[in-house]
Design a protein around this ligand. Structure first.
Ligand code: NAD
Length: 497
């Protein structure tokens, strides 16, 4: 057991009264209602947070609007980039504190919190910082002829869109918020973020660090509370210029509908999926099992891009399931604060109950539970990593997102049939193909319906490479240069002389 000690700054932070962060100040807000933050490894409450309401939303949106018009949109691109770089420095300086808070609230193994929620967040911030001085329009030649010898010139400008509302899920409470914050701030926009009610603490601390980094008051605001309450007030607020949402498909559809109804036509929706990983017959069994572990079980499967449907050549199926079960049985499940833990608890009680009901569903439908399929007998929200052999492509677990450590396996013999099965889903976030025949992989690439396709790898995101879903998995792209379109308006100017 190598359980780390909590830093004194972490216990002191948890003891504080928590609410919101508006206009450069931590505030408790005016609502009397509070909600608890539960450590999923123990089921115990570790902090209380004041629920936000219309009042806090109004204050935050007003602060963000004032900072946008008076300050941030006027700040030079270079200085905006410098601010983001300084925030990246401070994330790293406070790395252990942030990582411990993330693991306590979400159950993520501490090594992952350090690597992704802190380390990768700093990298994303630096990537976005570099863009601040490179967002520009173009000069254009007017195409129509002049009649009386007059001349024309035209150019476009990329102008920041305004106040961006960011709605964040619980699986990467810092990193996903940083994706939105980095894209917005480098473009000259200001933000109001609503963290998940399960993980409301980490961004309150990041907002304090942003102030230390010299980011002006009002540029970053955080309002905590429920989706139906705070979320709805934010989306319908007249100062909201754009919403960027990451979360489930049902909530994404609700948000999409709401923004259209309120005339807010700018929304980026990063939603869930039912991602496929397909192994071609040239892959040896050991490599297939390595790939399955990489694609499906990291962070207890609570990664939107993780694979949940695994297609295995029938000749390899039995051997793959046997070796995979052996490898999973050696996996260390335990406290997220133990540095040797490979798998922690599920992030919250509701999700744990959903996963248990899906195990039940698989049993009722007669799917074969090859490994796992039950909770662990210990406090907290722990379940076994699970392997299911599907009866057919119609099994619920081949169709519905579980967002848990459950791989469902189906064998195939024919590669045409494989592509048809991979695409037979309303979702299209990610997919992976595993083969040494790169020519074949390239030919299959254009036929697979997914926003991101990995070849011989899975779940690897990079700030330089656009990310987002097709079909019901969302609209819009984060990262690369693709984000610019979503955070700026393109203004055309034509001049006669
Ligand atoms: P969720 O949809 O339940 O909640 C996400 C956020 O939306 C939370 O902050 C919640 O409070 C808020 N919300 C809920 N109802 C709302 C409403 N009516 N109006 C406004 N806001 C509302 O998702 P979750 O359970 O937190 O996260 C898991 C889901 O997120 C999975 O489906 C996963 O695939 C998806 N996800 C997608 C990506 C991606 O980049 N595509 C990344 C991570 C997670």
């Amino acid at each position: 057991m190598s359980e780390i000690n909590l830093l004194e700054s972490v216990t002191a932070f948890l003891r504080r009264s928590h609410g919101h962060y508006i206009n450069g100040v931590s505030i408790l807000g005016q609502e009397n209602e509070t909600f608890s933050v539960v450590n999923p490894a123990t089921g115990e409450t570790i902090a209380m947070v004041n629920q936000g309401g219309e009042n806090e939303v109004n204050q935050a949106m007003q602060a963000a609007s004032t900072a946008f018009h008076g300050v941030w949109a006027e700040t030079s691109p270079m200085e905006r980039g410098n601010c983001l770089n300084r925030l990246a420095d401070l994330l790293l300086k406070n790395s252990e504190q942030l990582a411990q808070l993330e693991s306590l609230c979400s159950g993520k193994p501490i090594q992952l919190s350090r690597m992704l929620d802190v380390g990768a967040s700093a990298d994303y911030l630096r990537y976005f910082a570099g863009w601040s001085s490179k967002i520009s329009g173009e000069t254009l030649d007017v195409s129509l002829p002049s009649f009386k010898g007059e001349k024309y010139t035209a150019f476009t400008r990329r102008e920041p869109i305004g106040v961006v509302v960011g709605i964040i899920p619980w699986n990467f409470s810092i990193m996903i918020a940083i994706w939105k914050l980095g894209a917005a701030l480098t473009s000259g926009c200001t933000v109001v973020l609503k963290p998940s009610e399960y993980t409301p603490l980490t961004m309150l601390r990041v907002a304090e660090l942003a102030k230390e980094a010299g980011i002006p008051d009002g540029v970053i605001n955080i309002v905590n509370g429920s989706g139906a309450g705070v979320g709805t007030h934010l989306l319908t607020h007249p100062l909201c210029a754009k919403v960027t949402f990451t979360g489930s498909v049902p909530t994404g559809k609700l948000i999409g509908k709401s923004v259209m109804e309120h005339g807010l036509f700018r929304a980026t929706l990063e939603l869930g999926g039912k991602n496929a990983a397909a192994f071609l017959s040239d892959m040896p069994v050991e490599k297939i099992v390595d790939g399955v572990l990489e694609a499906g079980y990291m962070n207890q499967g609570q990664i939107c891009a993780a694979a949940e449907r695994f297609y295995i050549p029938s000749v390899h199926m039995d051997a793959v399931l046997k070796l995979l079960s052996e490898r999973l049985s050696a996996m260390k499940i335990g406290s997220p604060l133990d540095e040797t833990t490979e798998m922690g608890p599920l992030a919250n009680k509701e999700h744990y109950e959903k996963i248990l009901s899906l195990f039940e569903k698989a049993r009722q439908e007669g799917s074969e539970i090859v490994y796992g399929g039950h909770a662990l007998e210990r406090k907290g929200f722990f379940v076994m990593p699970t392997v299911i052999r599907a009866k057919s492509a119609d099994d619920t677990l081949m169709k519905e997102e579980t967002f848990g450590p459950i791989g469902t396996f189906l064998s195939y013999d024919d590669e045409e049939e494989l592509i048809a099965m991979m695409n037979a889903t309303p979702f299209g976030l990610s997919a992976s193909l595993w083969t040494n025949d790169l020519g074949k992989a390239m030919r299959m690439t254009s036929r697979i319906e997914a926003g991101i396709l990995w070849i011989n790898m899975h779940t690897f995101l990079d700030p330089a490479v656009p990310f987002g879903g097709v079909k019901s998995s969302g609209m819009g792209r984060e990262f690369g240069s693709a984000f610019i379109e979503h955070y700026t308006e393109l203004k055309s100017v034509i001049m006669r002389y």
